[in-house]
Design a protein around this ligand. Sequence first.
Ligand code: DGY
Length: 322
Amino acid sequence: MSQPVLVPRVVADTPLDATIEGLLRGKVEVVPLDLVRSKGSASVDAEGLYTYGHPPTDGALLDRIRGLKVISNYGVGVDHIRLDDAQARGIPIGNTPGVLESTTADLGFALLLASARRIIEGDRYARSSEFVRYDPGHMLGREVHGKTLGIIGMGQIGARIARRAVAFEMTVLYHNRHRRKDVEAALAPSIAHADLDDLLARSDYVMLCTPLTDATRGLIGERTLALMKPSATLINIARGPVVDTEALTRALSDGRIAAAALDVTDPEPLPRDHPLLVLPQVVITPHLGSATVETRRRMAEVSVDNLMAGLRGEPLPHPVTR
Ligand code: DGY
């Protein structure tokens, strides 16, 4: 009788996408994270932790996975993982840079256009019984070309947003910890660095492209929203907690800013009766930044490569460094 082949055990927040399941089949045994949680403080044996839908991951969880060698995250943002806790335990973390930036920039720009040109409202109206005749005075939007886009966070995604904006004949202001002379040179004379308050005061559209860190949590709140033009739109493709949700709701309800387009919220999802969900000037998508068939496939491959390297005790192809 043949012996069962022993494969490493990997804890994961299931259910996983079918592509990932396919890539892992026969290579690892998946142990559902819910099972670990249901065991209270008892520990489980597993060599890997695969974080799929941003499960909060701290030292207490890591200590309950006996023999843990690697954490592999499906996605680039790792704000749900306590990096210090993993580092203190000598557990490397892998993520998926380099495969999703253009896709996320596309979504950011789609949100900007959808909000400015009232695509979602227009779609609902065009399907409704109210649409009985073409009215040239109806549902006027805000122009995009010729306007100023303020980009907060000029990393890989921000730089791609800037390129798209310039192609749409916009002027770009950006705020970033470090000047991006390379991006400035590529897009001159349509781009300039600005300090945060100046960017907020001068932009018609403000797009958030920063990671969530202690420095960016709550960056957009009462004070910063008050600096924005009443005609301005806030677009968030970063992380929900970069924006103070209640301050944003008040600013929109009082007409202190014109509109918002949000791919991420805090909390995520918002409670189903949250006032933001009924404001017509708000466009919301369910965290779709990198959600295309091709990009999700590449993210699956990179994250599984990281996982398997860590399980073998090898350096991760894409380690998270701080
Ligand atoms: C990311 O890459 O961080 C996206 O939010 C998908 O997880």
